[in-house]
Unconditional design. Structure first.
Length: 196
């Protein structure tokens, strides 16, 4: 059963998300879920952090967040993507696929690879942080990277997947902040005799 669910979720991550409408939220489980990218400056001029914040009202097994950054190619460099101290830090699979020549990055998250990890419970908080550096000489004030959701070949779009392999198309927005909103992670719970 677990193996079937895992394979179904991986198939959804890689193969069917392109079938959903690109610009309409789709959530038959209640309030539409929401992905917000908060963009904030770092201490060094021309460096920025983008927090990917997820608000969901049902359990989730997988998340794909394809993003395009910068108004023109080469304007910003993606330095790193971090998952520590986020809601998904315990997930079995946390991957990124970045293309500097296209100014894009695909964040893919899967809660289990057949082990006893629980799906992501309903809640609100960060699932990733992306760090950027503005390229070239900065004359005047540094400009934040423009970040938007995009389509990633062959099929990846912004999508959430339930443990029952049901797709959800969340609302997407970006906001500029002085600093990222701080979210406290819930205390660690014990499951099946193991700490998550």
């Amino acid at each position: 059963m677990r193996k079937t669910l895992c394979l179904s979720t991986l198939f959804l991550l890689c193969g069917t998300s392109g079938l959903l409408a690109a610009d309409k939220p789709l959530d038959k489980f209640g309030t539409p879920d929401k992905v917000t990218v908060e963009i904030a400056p770092l201490a060094a001029k021309g460096q920025w952090v983008a927090g990917v914040v997820l608000e969901n009202d049902e359990a989730l097994a997988a998340i794909t967040v394809p993003l395009k950054f910068g108004e023109r190619v080469g304007q910003f460099k993606l330095d790193s993507v971090r998952f520590d101290n986020t809601r998904v830090s315990y997930f079995a699979l946390k991957t990124t696929n970045s293309h500097d020549t296209l100014n894009s990055v695909l964040v893919g998250l899967l809660y289990t690879l057949g082990d006893d990890r629980p799906p992501l419970p309903p809640g609100l908080g960060q699932v990733a942080r992306l760090y950027f550096t503005q390229r070239g000489k900065i004359g005047g004030p540094a400009m934040p990277p423009a970040i938007d959701s995009t389509f990633f070949l062959p099929y990846n779009t912004l999508e959430l997947v339930t443990p029952g392999a049901e797709p959800i198309k969340p609302i997407f927005e970006t906001v500029l902040r002085e600093k990222l909103t701080e979210y406290k992670l819930p205390p660690e719970k014990k499951a099946a005799g193991k700490t998550q």
